[in-house]
Ligand binder design. Sequence first.
Ligand SMILES: *Cc1c(COP(=O)(O)O)cnc(C)c1O
Length: 412
Amino acid sequence: MHHFEFKNNKLFAENVNISELAKEYGTPLYVYSAATFRRHFEAFDSAFNGLNHLTCYSVKANSNLSVLKLLAEMGAGMDIVSGGELYRALKAGVPANRIVYSGVGKKAYEIAEALKADILMFNVESVAELHRINEVATSMNKTARVSFRINPDVDPQTHPYISTGMKKNKFGLDMDTALTAYKTAKELSNIEPIGMDCHIGSQLTSIDPFLEALSKLLAFKEKLSSMNIEIEHLDLGGGLGITYDDEQPPHPKEFGEALTKALEGQKLKVILEPGRVIAGNAGILVTEVIYTKSTPTKNFLIVDAGMNDLIRPSLYQSFHNISEVVKNERPKVEVDVVGPICESGDFIARDRELPEVKQGELLAVYSAGAYGFTMSSNYNSRLRAAEVIVDGDDIIVARRRETYEDLLNLES
Ligand SMILES: *Cc1c(COP(=O)(O)O)cnc(C)c1O
């Protein structure tokens, strides 16, 4: 059951006609489907029912407050990477004991905020950070629960920018350093080591790298045991991929079954941090063709969504499916779909076959629900897009379009 579907050649999000949404709220416009968010979360979370587990949605994938509320209502925990994300998660009503905090550069004030809220645990990424957390916790007379993010040196076979668990990456601690770090943690006054963590990358389309990382972590746990360090939490991060083009990532069920099997006999509380797999295909970006333009070698569709709205094609050469919002029968042409920004890297798609589209017509850019709006900016002083959530017949303005006043609000 898909929630972005054509009915009589018109694209709908659930029961709402996209053309009408665009007329009402303008373009570029992010449109999310509440039912899709719920279905994805439920499919993922229930895949781990065989394990004592907690699904902590990765806030950075799509951090809109209304999206977080929707997931919090379903019992989601959250994986945060900044004080700002902590603020959002708490505002969305996520219980602090379902929040885990990852990231290589946590500042003292952010650590203090997380301790004040009493989150479940910090995923610590360096020895320096461990000492910083201990200092802050000591000054607040609190105990910080921590996991170390372990770098298992596994190649996730994905884009280099989103590979995070290899030796050359900035993330986590190699196993030898981690072993010493656990010893140190045990001796520090205001630190309680309770878990192990890893996150090897994003947009993984095979289960094998996860299983490889898991087996290394379980071996590491034995070493910890022999040092009388018993941990009860195992955070396996996020990273399960989605279909943008023709990728065939494992279904969450398959992923859940594989992990459940690999963890048989372990008494661990498993934490998962899915982002993209929950949000990616729950959103589209609707954009209007401002002009069409042909040069001797190319046909361009110049649209009103640029790399400031959706940076993934520019940053990762990533593929997003594109279709007309109102299906037409015109012959296909090869086009570059480009934005209005003054950079040649500003494109949504290159050399794409699309039925001829005319000035003023709308396009839908699919799989834009994750790392879409959250990576947007005001580059070229462009106003950030509005975000709407469709829930059956209902429309929630999850974020209004920015105004020129918003643009200058913080400047003098
Ligand atoms: C980004 C991130 C995630 C989510 O990754 P997805 O590929 O979107 O599932 C989970 N954990 C950490 C630590 C991350 O940085």
